[in-house]
Ligand binder design. Structure first.
Ligand code: GUN
Length: 287
């Protein structure tokens, strides 16, 4: 029988730990503030931003919302980022993606002060992660590490296969697994003999962005499978990149969708806000 890794429960534990920490900081007169910028009214972004604000309220982080119209120019957005960079009362800055097509995401993400980059997207933080220096770590892959650690799954010495090579998930995921002494392989859409490689995995992290892409024949018996995908199917139900029903019986542990990786992203964002705010410096020692 396989274990279902409960991201809802683990994310709640992390949020409760952070809540205590924030209360202690408040008692010393320190407040943590996150600025959240959303441009336009993409409905999915609205839901994500709402979840982030709710988590801030629960933990005791002050969130400042900047809801800008779709027509906002790149220059106006860069000006707001510069103003928040200079504002000493703001500890973290988050620009919700995707941005409207007329704004360069790259330019905007580069403009965020790396010391306030709680998403961990700035090249300085990405570089720091890759050479083992302190810095903010991208929230979703950091959340996957926490799911594994808090479920008692050892990474050291394991064959870890990451399916997907995005800047936000696949690449930092590989770096983090490597930091935990896993033996890491990254696969992607051009990989030949994909199943042969995924079947080697003791720990398989799937972030390909294709609904139910990974089926039982991709997985070694007893593997741990982490599903980063989230999709809405024709009858409005959520599913991941993994075909849960076909894969789960082959695993020793697996994350569900919803209730697996998803809630961890917000919890780790909160972690980044608290750690950055508490020490006034980047810190990637995760809990
Ligand atoms: N859009 C989808 N996921 C994310 C995320 O983790 N951070 C930001 N800033 N935008 C996103």
């Amino acid at each position: 029988m396989y274990q279902i890794i409960d991201g809802k429960k683990i994310s709640q534990q992390i949020k409760d730990e952070l809540k205590e920490k924030v209360a202690a900081l408040k008692a010393q007169g320190k407040t943590i503030t996150l600025a959240v910028i959303q441009v336009g009214s993409d409905p999915a972004s609205g839901v994500y931003v709402g979840n982030k604000k709710k988590a801030c309220a629960y933990i005791g982080i002050e969130s400042r919302a900047y809801e800008l119209p779709e027509e906002t120019t790149q220059e106006e957005l860069l000006q707001l980022v510069a103003q928040l960079n200079a504002d000493e009362t703001v500890g973290g800055i988050l620009v919700q993606l995707p941005l409207p097509g007329h704004i360069s995401e790259d330019k905007v993400l580069l403009a965020i002060d790396p010391k306030k980059d709680v998403d961990g997207f700035h090249p300085v933080n990405v570089g720091n992660l890759s050479i083992g220096r302190p810095g903010f770590v991208s929230c979703t892959p950091a959340g996957v590490i926490q799911l594994l650690k808090r479920s008692g799954i050892e990474i050291q010495g394991k064959e870890c296969v990451v399916l997907g090579r995005s800047n936000i998930v696949g690449k930092p995921m590989a770096m983090l697994l490597l930091r935990e002494n896993g033996t890491v392989t990254v696969c992607h859409s051009r990989t030949k003999n994909l199943k042969e490689i995924t079947k080697r995995a003791d720990i398989l992290v799937v972030a390909v962005g294709k609904p139910k892409f990974v089926t039982g024949d991709y997985v070694k018996e007893g593997a741990v499978v982490i599903d980063v995908g989230i999709h809405r199917n024709a009858d409005n139900r959520l599913c991941g990149d993994v075909d849960f029903d076909s894969v789960a019986p082959h695993t020793s542990a697996i994350t569900p969708v919803p209730g697996g990786v998803g809630p961890m992203t917000v919890a780790m964002l909160m972690y980044n806000c608290v750690e950055g705010g508490a020490k006034n410096a980047c810190n990637q020692r995760i809990l």
